[in-house]
Design a protein around this ligand. Sequence first.
Ligand SMILES: [Mg+2]
Length: 157
Amino acid sequence: MELFPKYNMKVIFLDIDGVVCLNGVNINSILLDRIKKITLATDSKVVISSSWRNCKKSMIRICSILKDNDIGMAGETLDLPLADNIWEDRVEEILEWVDRKAPCNWVAIDDLPLHQLYKETNLEIRSNILPHFVECDIFEGIQDYHVNYCIEFLGIK
Ligand SMILES: [Mg+2]
């Protein structure tokens, strides 16, 4: 019976820098509130896909900030050294988590142009995967229109 919630889970793959952190150090509370708004509206949980997960101290900090803000967490992606560049790695790490955990829906919020990877792939893969990627401006982070898109895409609870 424990499997049921797993397959019923909606997930937000969350990058930190350029999404909820604009100075490389502090989590911006206005931007974090926008993530919280998505989790509350859609009953989704956060999976950390940011490179912050590779530093134990940073992960402890982000986990405690999420907890203090009542934002549910469902883990982190694996660090898979698969490709030559960071955004290709990130996409592979996200897709590996999706394959393994089978969330019922997901978005990946990042300031890297993750969707650019699929420019050259076939149209079917591209059209399936593209709507999941939400690109933020590195200097602005997550904005209300991203929030609205994520809520619509993930579906209200
Ligand atoms: Mg980033």
